[in-house]
Design a protein around this ligand. Structure first.
Ligand code: BV8
Ligand code: ZN
Length: 251
């Protein structure tokens, strides 16, 4: 545990030529979006996230799985970005205005970072807001109300699935390479609101550590990386990030 006002932490922010950020579901928690492992409440509580978030689950019961994802899509649209999302967008704008580099990598599928103003976000696990046909591959942004049929159908007759990466599916190679490249080049790497158990996303922290970046973790619970990072803060990202970004961008 490190006191948040460690001057070396603020110095690391101010001196970083390239800041890289990895976010997880904890960053969206203060917007009212259940974290991935708490996502199954109410009628979904009898399921385990990992059991629904697989291609096998969709093949077995496309109606059930598409209902869960469309419910999450609609819930996300009703939520707002929180102070943590806004702070990260401010950090990107401030660093890029000063000619410094910034990369945001997210495991989240809710697009709250983009709604807060973050640009060029690397979405490792895709998004709830794009659905594609398993038949012809047509992909479309879905920003309307809940679907009326489950699974939603494509004009070709194929079933449409959420544009997320399920367990057992490969991540988009281009996105993963860009994320690994950024982690390799980071002077300062922030890992925010993630239990750091899902791979290859969590492996990006190893890449940053291996490349001798300074690493800051902000997470309510300790993780397998908490003892290996430079600073590990047990705090809410929505509370800590606005303060940290103010300090980082001042002076
Ligand atoms: C793949 C989309 C090749 C769907 C998701 C190596 C080692 C071990 C396992 C593997 C490995 N390589 C591959 C695997 C298997 C698997 C995996 O990692 N399994 C885990 C469970 C062990 N990985 C894969 O299958 C990946 N594919 O590697 O392809 C391959 C191919 C075939 C066979 C093998 C390999 C694909 C993984 C992508 C899965 N899709 N999402 C959907 O969303 O439904 S992952 C899902 O988990 C979400 O995206 C989520 O973001 C992500 C990670 O979870 P977190 O974001 O960390 O969320 P979580 O709830 O866990 O934690 C939140 C944290 O926030 C908590 O610690 C909490 O304390 C904290 N918190 C809460 N509130 C706050 C807060 N912190 C701060 N402030 C707050 N306010
Ligand atoms: Zn189709």
């Amino acid at each position: 545990m490190t006191a948040i006002n460690d001057p070396a932490l603020i110095e690391a922010f101010r001196g970083a030529g390239h800041v890289v950020v990895l976010t997880g579901a904890g960053v969206s928690a203060e917007s009212g979006i259940a974290t991935f492992r708490d996502a199954l409440t109410g009628l979904w509580s009898r399921f385990n996230a990992e059991d629904l978030a697989t291609p096998e689950a969709f093949d077995r019961d496309p109606e059930l799985v598409s209902r869960w994802y469309d419910e999450r899509r609609c819930k996300t649209m009703a939520c707002e970005p929180n102070g943590g999302h806004v702070a990260l967008a401010r950090l990107q704008a401030g660093m890029e205005a000063a000619g410094r580099k910034f990369t945001l990598i997210t495991q989240n599928v809710d697009r709250l970072h983009q709604r807060a103003g973050s640009r060029d976000v690397l979405e490792l696990h895709g998004t709830l807001h794009v659905w594609r046909c398993v038949g012809c591959g047509e992909a479309k942004l879905e920003s309307g109300p809940a679907f009326t049929e489950f699974p939603p159908k494509c004009s070709c007759g194929g079933n449409r699935r959420p544009g997320v990466v399920w367990f057992g599916e490969n991540l988009d190679g281009g996105v993963l390479n860009a994320a690994a490249d950024a982690a390799q080049r980071a002077d300062l790497f922030l890992t925010l609101g993630t239990s750091s158990v899902v791979h290859p996303a969590a492996g990006l922290i190893d890449v940053a550590l291996g490349a001798k970046a300074k690493v800051v973790e902000v997470n309510l619970q300790p993780t397998a990386y908490s003892k290996r990072v430079t600073w590990s803060l047990r705090a809410k990202t929505g509370e800590v990030l606005p303060w940290l970004v103010d300090k980082a961008l001042a002076g």
